[in-house]
Design a protein around this ligand. Structure first.
Ligand code: NAD
Length: 262
């Protein structure tokens, strides 16, 4: 059994920053052709140029708001024109907004669900026919430990991340006969811009210090008080994308230093 992504066509959404960027880098290192799909063309192009320079694979920047059906369709069409098809989709774009439920602005609720859930749905919907044409493929959703448990202030995020488990399981069932696999990666806290922003916000909302947010809220249930790294998550994204059979399809995997051993 070989684990190989050489010359595979991969789309990673939210790849201009953080976890998505690290996954794109891992895939390029494995020899893949990778689309850096993100909101801004200039940011996506900058990451693509950096990764292509490192090689041995290559990357292109594709501007795409994952909540917009026309932009998703146009972006995937660009990838197909550039790379000849789609083998791997990592639906990773995401944001965080924290408020107690009774203060959560409805517009923010809808915005967060749209990025995480509409984004996963629209990109999957558009890529599946291309994967069928290739005889198979891999769809990976960026879930979270919050796909499996709750935290205060994160109603929209926890709802969205739980929802991704359901969508992945349906795609795994529908895709089985076509060799199209679906998985969810569930990271613990990773120090990306998304998390850096939450530290002062949660300290203010909960009335505790930033150090307490890190030690108690973010790392309190890990086995070693360590953050998960973008490289940890990227390695798991490599395994799910490159795994050559349907054996792992439908599964979600925590990458979390022992937080939530479900
Ligand atoms: P990040 O803020 O570093 O990167 C997110 C990227 O998504 C940004 O480049 C942003 O421009 C892009 N994006 C946002 N809205 C978009 C849209 N509508 N269309 C296209 N791109 C869009 O965040 P990150 O920490 O790397 O998060 C990536 C994913 O990992 C998210 O789904 C997040 O929920 C998940 N996650 C993060 C952590 C963590 O601790 N950092 C833990 C578990 C899960």
């Amino acid at each position: 059994m070989t684990m190989n992504l050489k010359d595979k066509s991969c789309i990673v959404t939210g790849a201009a920053s953080g976890i998505g960027r690290a996954i794109a880098e891992r895939y390029v290192r494995a020899g893949a052709s990778v689309a850096i799909a993100d909101l801004r063309q200039d940011a996506a192009d900058a990451v693509a140029a950096e990764l292509t320079a490192k090689g041995p694979g290559r990357a292109i920047g594709v501007a795409m708001d994952v909540t917009d059906e026309d932009q998703v369709n146009a972006g995937v069409a660009r990838v197909v024109a550039a790379f000849g098809g789609v083998d791997v989709l990592v639906s990773n774009a995401g944001i965080q907004i924290v408020h107690p439920v009774e203060e959560f602005p409805f517009a923010d609720w809808k915005k967060l669900l749209a990025i995480h859930l509409d984004g996963a749905f629209l990109t999957s919907k558009t890529c599946i026919p291309h994967m069928k044409a290739r005889g198979g493929g891999s769809i990976i959703f960026m879930g979270s430990v919050h796909s499996r448990e709750a935290s205060p202030l994160k109603s929209a995020y926890v709802t969205a991340k739980h929802g991704l488990l359901g969508l992945a399981r349906v795609i795994a069932k529908e895709g089985g006969a076509y060799g199209i696999r679906a998985n969810v990666i569930c990271p613990g806290f990773v120090r990306t811009p998304l998390v850096e922003k939450q530290i002062p916000e949660q300290a203010a909302e909960l009335g505790i210090s930033e150090q307490e947010v890190i030690e108690r809220i973010m790392l309190g249930e890990t086995v070693d008080k360590e953050f998960t790294t973008v490289e940890d998550v990227a390695e798991v994204a490599f395994v799910f994308a490159a795994f050559p059979t349907n054996a792992l399809t439908g599964q979600a995997l925590n990458v979390s230093h022992g937080w939530n051993m479900a």
